[in-house]
Design a protein around this ligand. Structure first.
Ligand code: ADP
Ligand code: MG
Length: 752
């Protein structure tokens, strides 16, 4: 059988049908599946499990040693009971077995010898104030070997504890893995990490790593094995990204060098503010990238409010100056409409090319969203196809097959985390040559996450916000305190009276709707099927026991209309279930000042820019993720007046949720908050909710903790791919990439 074949052999051939079926319940079908079923932890015979920490009702596997075992008959001859006491040397745990007569318990009695160690599995119960396991499954350490010497050796090894089921206990899995491992040779286990890389990084072979992880002789062993397997995960992923980069690099693009006296120069001259140093520096990178005949692949990440839009606009104008078109893809209709408005306003007469009174050299900004009427839509399509519109702004509607461009030169994707790579590629395919690509994200992400999630892009970063901003003050308001709540609305009133505006954000729309769609249900609301709207709050604890129900937009808006402090104010609502026209109208009235208070879902989270807004009240702030709160807060303090963010929290003082909200109140550094947010989340969430370890190929790798290892893997894999782009000399690596990166996976690579 071929090398690959051994690993893909179904388990029933090696282990028999019954065992294979039981393993099937753990979704383990092949030899490879079983070998990748890594121990969750290791029990160390020198360090028994802390029995004092066991929780009632928990299913546990406890390593302990036997203190005593006694068989007792019940008075009146009604059956027998064996009671064993096991200990970690500090606490005791009782094991109880019942039987019809004492003889049936002899088997257990013989195995549970005082002084012997074992792993005991069962559900923790309590009887007469003592912790106990009733009819536990167990395995005595060293029980499977005959001579004393091997027993002693076995007894000193760490014991792998596997994710298990009731019919397939951890030690049975251990035995199966051992059986399978014993049949394999180096040739059976192809190694995606080339030998020279292993030598440089001091890594053992894949088979050795599997042995170290599944059958360690010491804790140093399994640490070494795990490190090697983590490296492999990072290496395969980074090699895939390097290939993706190389393929994009190999495409032809049209060079779009800057033009003297063009739109961009005239735009710069008319700018009402001075660009920040960061904007200038990133602008120069983009200018150079666009002037090359290879497609730019760049990620621009920036602090909230750092002024990414103007940077993107200048790049788009450079492309228009060079005779091409630029498309700006936004995640929501609200944001697309806003971008079109902003661009037209910033460009002034430059955006009225071909119109009476417009600039002769000017261009046009077309807006294309799913909700346009037939006539407007036809007009926008025509402007894109004829090239009359140098800039086309839109939502997912831009991806439609019938949308054509005369000469698409640059694709800008705003707030990338809402887009998958397929959509990105769909737009790219609309160019005659490969268009340049600029992806913008307002969610600052730590470097290693950027490398993992956006690993095929070069990264530019804007950390500075423009001078002249007075900052944002953040205050936590206890929801249960009426005086504070009253003061909250007075502050809103004061801001409005000073000529400013207020956002009020709630986690849901209707008071009686569930907080978020069940996993797997599509997000797009009925009103605009083509455009996914983002008012699904990123709630950390949606169904949190006894907490008061989440606040809802419609309910809160009613309350505010009846709140004396807000009397005579215009209160507008905005959420994803409104028709696109209503959304636009609501946003427009708020932006223009006709409404002073906007009660909204998190649909205002990204990108919304109303400089007059100075105060934001966030209900149920303690239930949101940190990054999302930071994004939301970034909607205020965008003008010269100071911003105020009031985080209404129902978190009990001292709870982790309270601590999270406090952290937000203490810093406005998005990069620090993003790091904190990641540390507070499970690893799977970092790469997107849908990415369980099983589908992402990342089982052991920890994106946050394994930063150094990811850097090493990236460097090594880049060298391998540079020398052998198609990996013809590295079939095992090519196969590993193909296995982990089915089309769904590729999409995951480009999502944060
Ligand atoms: P973000 O990076 O969050 O997308 P925007 O591009 O929306 O930020 O910019 C935020 C606000 O700052 C906008 O009103 C924009 O006009 C303004 N702005 C951008 N650059 C500067 C600058 N250099 N000086 C002053 N204001 C600026
Ligand atoms: Mg923005």
């Amino acid at each position: 059988m071929s090398a690959v074949g051994r690993l893909h052999e179904p388990l029933h051939r090696l282990l028999g049908t019954r065992t294979a079926n039981a393993l099937g319940k753990l979704e383990l079908e092949t030899v490879d599946d079983l070998l990748r079923h890594y121990p969750r932890r290791y029990a160390d015979p020198g360090h028994p499990t802390d029995i004092g920490s066991l929780q009632l009702g928990e299913h546990v596997s406890v390593l302990a040693h036997v203190e005593q075992a006694t068989v007792r008959g019940f008075a009146g001859g009604g059956g027998a009971r064996l009671e064993a006491v096991v200990t970690d040397d500090r606490h005791r745990l009782v094991l109880t077995f019942f039987a019809k007569h004492a003889g049936a318990l002899r088997y257990h009695e013989q195995r549970l010898k005082p002084g012997a160690s074992g792993v005991f599995s069962g559900t923790v119960g309590e009887f007469k104030g003592r912790r106990q396991l009733t009819h536990p499954d167990y395995l005595m350490v060293g029980a499977e070997v005959d001579d004393d010497e091997s027993a002693l050796y076995e007894a000193s090894r760490p014991i792998p504890i596997y994710p298990a089921t009731a019919s397939m206990q951890t030690w049975k899995i251990q035995r199966c893995v051992r059986t399978v491992l014993d049949t394999l040779t180096e040739d059976d286990v192809p190694d995606p990490v080339p030998a020279e890389v292993r030598a440089r990084e001091r890594l053992v072979s894949r088979l050795d790593a599997l042995r170290l992880v599944h059958r360690p002789a010491s804790s140093a062993d399994h640490a070494q094995g795990r490190r090697r397997l983590r490296f492999e995960e990072a290496f395969v992923l980074q090699a895939a990204l390097a290939q993706r980069r190389a393929r994009a690099e190999a495409q032809d693009a049209t060079a779009r060098p800057p033009r003297t006296g063009g739109l961009r120069e005239r735009f710069d001259a008319a700018l009402p503010f001075t660009l920040t140093q960061g904007q200038v520096a990133v602008g120069e990178d983009l200018t150079q990238d666009l002037a090359r005949p290879r497609p730019m692949q760049r990620l621009l990440q920036g602090e909230v409010g750092s002024g990414k839009t103007v940077v993107a606009l200048r790049a788009m104008l450079q492309v228009v100056d060079a005779g091409g078109q630029a498309a700006l893809l936004a995640p929501t209709e609200v944001l697309a409409a806003q971008h079109a408005r902003t661009l037209r306003a910033m460009l002034g007469p430059l955006a009225e090319g071909g119109l009476l009174g417009g600039d002769a050299d000017g261009t046009r900004v077309a807006l294309l969203t799913g909700s346009l009427g037939a006539a407007a839509r036809k007009e926008a399509l025509l402007q894109a196809a004829s090239g009359e519109a140098g800039i086309v702004v839109g939502t997912h509607a831009l991806l439609g097959e019938h949308v054509q461009f005369a000469d698409l030169g640059l694709v800008v994707v705003d707030e990338q985390h809402r887009f998958g790579v397929e959509q990105r590629d769909a737009l790219r395919a609309k160019g005659r040559t490969a268009p340049h690509l600029l992806v913008m994200t307002a969610t600052p992400i730590p470097r290693t996450v950027a490398m993992t999630v956006f690993g095929d892009l070069e990264v530019s970063t804007l950390t500075q916000v423009p001078a002249g901003r007075s900052g944002i003050q953040t205050v936590v308001v206890p929801a249960g305190n009426p005086r504070w709540m009253e003061r909250t609305w007075q502050r809103v009133r004061e801001e409005v009276d000073a000529g400013h505006r207020a956002y009020v954000v709630c986690p849901r729309i209707h008071p009686d709707e569930p907080a978020r769609p069940a996993p797997g249900t599509p997000r797009a609301p009925a009103a605009a099927p083509a455009d996914a709207e983002v008012d699904d709050a990123d709630l950390l604890a949606p169904d949190d026991g006894d907490r008061p129900p989440l606040r809802a937009v419609l309910e809160v808006a009613e309350e505010l209309r009846a709140t004396p402090a807000l009397a005579r104010l215009e209160i507008e609502v905005l959420h994803g279930q409104l028709t696109p026209a209503d959304k636009d109208a609501a946003m427009g009235r708020f932006a223009a000042g006709a409404a002073q208070v906007l009660v909204s879902t998190t649909v205002v989270e990204v990108g919304v820019d109303v400089p007059e807004a100075t105060v934001m009240v966030v209900f149920d702030a303690d239930r949101f993720g940190l990054s999302q709160l930071h994004q939301l807060r970034g909607r205020v303090g965008r003008g010269s007046a100071p911003g105020l963010c009031l985080l209404v929290s129902t978190a009990p003082p001292g709870s982790p949720a309270a601590a999270r909200v406090e952290a937000l109140a203490e810093t406005t550094d998005g990069f620090r908050l993003a790091q904190l947010d990641l540390e507070l989340r499970a690893e799977g969430d970092v790469l997107g909710a849908a990415q369980s370890g099983r589908t992402s190929g990342l089982r052991l790798l920890r994106v946050v903790k394994d930063a150094d290892l990811i850097e090493d893997a990236r460097r090594e894999s880049a060298a391998v791919v540079a020398a052998d782009p198609d990996l013809t000399g590295h079939p095992a690596l090519a196969a590993a990439i193909a296995a982990t990166l089915d089309p769904d996976q590729e999409e995951f690579l480009d999502r944060a």
